[in-house]
Design a protein around this ligand. Structure first.
Ligand code: NAD
Length: 542
């Protein structure tokens, strides 16, 4: 059992980057510095920088001809090198104490809260087109929280021991790392998720191969440098950017695959699970499969709702970070009479949103991530424009001439199964279905049955009986359920995050329940006075 104690962490305070603030000044300096150079990003395998020559570019989505970096992509040879390096590192890393491992991630948290904050925030703003606030809550605060809370949860797990050790036995449970390596595959939209996917298993004594999304390699590379500075030994996390369709299958064919820690789309995750199923007889252990995937997140407003709060929740929930959050509000159910009252205010608010470069701090919205996202989102908008049963009431224009810009778009439909009510769009598009307040119960059934996902959702209303009814009716419709709040913005240590159905395995990132997936427990019973006679007492003669 571990004797050291990690103090209970608190959430990293969010800096606000207000005009004239010192944090705004240093961030602007860093943005300027980083946007005037082009760096070369190698793979990092066993601590060695490896350049394959097969490069792709990291660009600014809001100015796509502006190159920030060229990154080298892994092929089959590098995947094998990374597996070998991970297994070398496993020999010593799997034997280190939790205290030693925790101290490295706690140090990383301090580095990120201090000297690395501007670099990783600026990298996120430039390569992912996030505004300063969205970068701050992601790449600074959430990642710091992951690095501080996970060690504390790991300690809780280690302290969770068998209830009884009747004399003459001593019972304990040991948290062993998995044999093999964990494959961490991260999405483009959160720098903190990229940081967490390989580091949560590493904290538990595992080694990892980390494949970041190709459109967000730039901030990921700085995380690798920061972890090295924090003291993470070479080979514990091996950085192998590259094409998912090549790197993924190659990694998962290894008999040493011990786990997958994935965040991204449902289809990619299902493909990975299928491949693992097909290979199941070749693996040394059953791989742990943890995946947080897509969403079609809802807001259901009751007619008793505070209308200003509803409008704010809709604008922020749907359009922050251009709707590219797995938790973004993308379908809203609003009673017709209320809509008549708030429609103009809502549209007026949306029309005040400024969109452009994240280096200009007056912009609330920036660009979507890349050409493929731009094409897919604009196709949904074109579809709505052409449809008879939908009307676009805000936005609708898309322009990819300089950057991938899509206006905050609102569709109103009288078809509750309209395509944009059902499918994940992952862009700044909110679809509203108006219902008759008499149909409250039927509407809740509709919310539950409209999409394959169950990630986040909210109910808004001041009639608490109606709210309670919604909470009950929507039990399985969202893994993160909000009452009178937007469905986004989960905070580590406050709202453990994850969804069910097609939205993922719901292992709740940033909680003990995620960490438990990265250990294989060994139960130890020691008998300090073992029996020396096989005969039971009842065998005695009268
Ligand atoms: P994506 O599925 O396109 O890519 C995710 C990662 O998978 C990338 O690193 C990609 O290169 C990799 N990949 C692609 N094909 C692969 C393969 N065959 N084998 C292995 N890896 C492969 O997702 P994205 O566009 O980067 O992110 C957006 C998606 O992520 C949305 O669906 C969103 O809802 C989801 N997401 C979910 C959560 C959550 O917590 N539930 C959080 C963030 C994002």
């Amino acid at each position: 059992m571990n004797q050291f104690t990690i103090p209970k962490p608190v959430n990293e305070p969010i800096k606000d980057y207000a005009p004239g603030s010192p944090e705004k000044e240093t961030l602007l300096t860093k943005l300027n510095e980083m946007s005037t150079e082009i760096i070369d990003i190698p793979l990092i395998i066993g601590g060695e920088e490896i350049r394959t020559g097969n490069t792709a570019n990291c660009v600014m989505p809001h100015d796509h001809s502006h190159v920030l970096a060229a990154f080298h992509q892994a092929g089959e040879k590098e995947v094998q090198l990374a597996i070998d390096a991970s297994q070398d590192a496993w020999k010593s890393w799997s034997k280190t104490s939790l205290e030693e491992r925790a101290n490295i991630f706690l140090k990383a948290a301090d580095l990120l809260a201090g000297p690395w904050r501007d670099t990783i925030n600026a990298a996120t703003m430039l390569n992912m087109s996030k505004n300063a606030y969205q970068a701050e809550i992601d790449s600074a605060c959430e990642m710091i929280d992951f690095f501080r809370f996970n060690p504390w949860y790991a300690q809780e797990l280690a302290n969770h021991q068998p209830m009884y050790s009747p004399e003459p036995t001593k019972n304990s449970v040991e948290l062993r790392p998995l044999e093999g390596f964990v494959f961490a595959v991260s999405p483009f939209n959160f720098t903190s998720i990229g940081g967490n996917l390989p580091s949560a298993p590493a904290l538990m004594g595992n080694v990892a191969l980390w494949k970041p999304a190709s459109s967000a390699v730039y901030p990921a590379y700085f995380i690798m440098q920061m972890l090295k500075e924090a003291g993470l030994p070479d080979g514990v996390i091996n950085f192998i950017p590259g094409r998912g369709s090549l790197v993924g299958p190659t990694v998962m064919n290894s008999p040493l695959l011990a786990g997958v820690h994935f965040t991204g789309s449902t289809r990619v995750f299902q493909g990975m699970w299928k491949q693992i199923g097909e290979n199941i007889q070749t693996y040394k252990t059953y791989p742990r499969i943890v995946g947080e995937t897509g969403g079609k997140d809802f807001c259901v407003a009751h007619e008793s709702v505070n209308k200003d709060a509803l409008v704010t929740a809709m604008v922020r929930g749907a359009f922050e970070y251009q709707g590219q959050k797995c938790s973004a509000m993308s379908r809203a159910y609003i009673p017709t009479p209320i809509w008549e009252e708030i429609k103009d205010k809502y549209a007026a608010e949306v029309n005040t949103i400024k969109m452009g470069n994240p280096e200009d701090f007056s912009n609330f919205m920036n660009a979507v991530i890349d050409q493929s996202a731009f094409d897919s989102i604009s196709e949904f908008i074109d579809y709505a424009e052409a449809a008879d049963d939908a009307e676009i009431i805000t936005g609708g224009r898309c322009d990819d001439a300089k950057g991938y810009f899509i206006e905050p778009t609102t569709i109103v439909t009288d078809n509750p199964k309209f395509r944009t009510m059902c499918e994940e769009i992952f862009g700044p598009v909110l679809t509203i279905y108006l219902y008759d307040p008499k149909d409250w119960e039927a509407t809740l059934k509709l919310v539950d049955s409209t999409s394959e996902y169950a990630l986040t959702g909210c109910v808004m209303g001041e009639d608490m009986d109606a709210v309670a009814q919604a909470k009950e009716a929507l039990t399985h419709s969202a893994g993160n359920f909000y009452i009178n709040d937007k469905p986004t913005g989960a905070v580590v240590g406050q709202q453990p995050f994850g969804g069910s159905r097609a939205s993922g395995t719901n292992d709740k990132a940033g909680s003990m329940f995620n960490l438990v997936r990265w250990v294989s427990q060994r139960t130890i019973k020691e008998n300090v006075d073992p029996p020396t006679d096989y005969r039971y007492p009842f065998l005695g003669e009268e």
